[in-house]
Each structure stands twice: as structure tokens, then as C-alpha cells.
Design a protein around this ligand. Structure first.
Ligand code: FES
Length: 137
């Protein structure tokens, strides 16, 4: 198989994805689809107070999308909601030592799904459906 376009880190996270599958204790879920290719991603978070204590993903997508999901879930564990909200697809891409230019759209999925999960969590806290402390943004 030819992997010349991908960094060693991308290949590692694609071949050995971290945190794959649904998270049993998830209290935040974000789902996004890519308009560019139709791929889909679910991100699961377990949030305690203002901190993401665990994260996982299910991705129907390409090598770059899976590697980005895997890396992102590793990055956000132990992160505050505020820091996770500020995590950009570029940050994940950099942590993977870059992506080929034609795969950049794939890296937006993980950040978008993360932000979607945080948004839905905050809405549930605000509505009283979820216990938690969410700083006003
Ligand atoms: Fe669809 Fe990469 S080609 S996410």
C-alpha cells in the first residue's frame, strides 16, 4: 500500500485508532457530515463540571478523517470545555504533522463534531437537563 502522502503519525492513528467506538458514559454527542465527500463522524464526550474526562469517536470516513478523530479524542481528554471550544482543525492537523492539501477538508470534521458536542452539552445544561457548570460564553 502506498502511504507517501501521509505523515507517520497519520498512518499510526489510522492503523491503531485511539478511543474508537461509542462511549458508555457519554453525556455529550456531536454528529457532523462532510458536504465535500458525504463522510460522517460521531464524537462522544464524557464531561464532568467544566472538564472533558473521556472522549471517543465513530467515523465513517477516509484515512485522514479517522486519524483526525483519533488524535482529537486524545487531545481533548483532560481539557476544559473552554479550551476544547478553541481547538481548531489546524491544531489537530499540526499534532498529526500535517495533511496533504487535498485532505484538509477531512480535518474540519473532528473539530466541527467536537464543537457540536460541546454546544449540545451546554444547551442541555442551560435547560436543566444536565447537571454541570458551564461558563457563559
Ligand atoms: Fe471524506 Fe476525508 S474524504 S472525510
Amino acid at each position: 500500500m502506498q502511504h507517501t502522502d501521509y505523515s507517520a503519525k497519520v498512518i499510526d492513528h489510522f492503523m491503531n485508532p485511539r478511543n474508537m467506538g461509542e462511549l458508555e458514559n457519554a453525556n455529550a454527542v456531536g454528529t457532523v457530515g462532510s458536504p465535500a465527500c458525504g463522510d460522517m463522524m460521531d464524537i462522544y464526550l464524557e464531561v464532568e463540571g467544566d472538564e472533558i474526562v473521556d472522549a471517543s469517536f465513530k467515523t465513517f470516513g477516509c484515512t485522514a478523517a479517522i486519524a483526525n478523530s483519533s488524535m482529537m479524542t486524545e487531545m481533548v481528554k483532560g481539557m476544559s470545555l473552554a479550551d476544547a471550544e478553541n481547538l481548531k482543525n489546524r491544531d489537530i492537523e499540526e499534532a498529526l504533522d500535517g495533511l496533504p492539501p487535498h485532505k484538509i477538508h477531512c480535518s474540519t470534521l473532528a473539530a466541527d463534531a467536537l464543537h457540536e458536542a460541546i454546544k449540545s452539552y451546554k444547551e442541555r445544561v442551560a435547560s436543566g437537563a444536565e447537571e454541570g457548570e458551564v461558563a457563559a460564553s
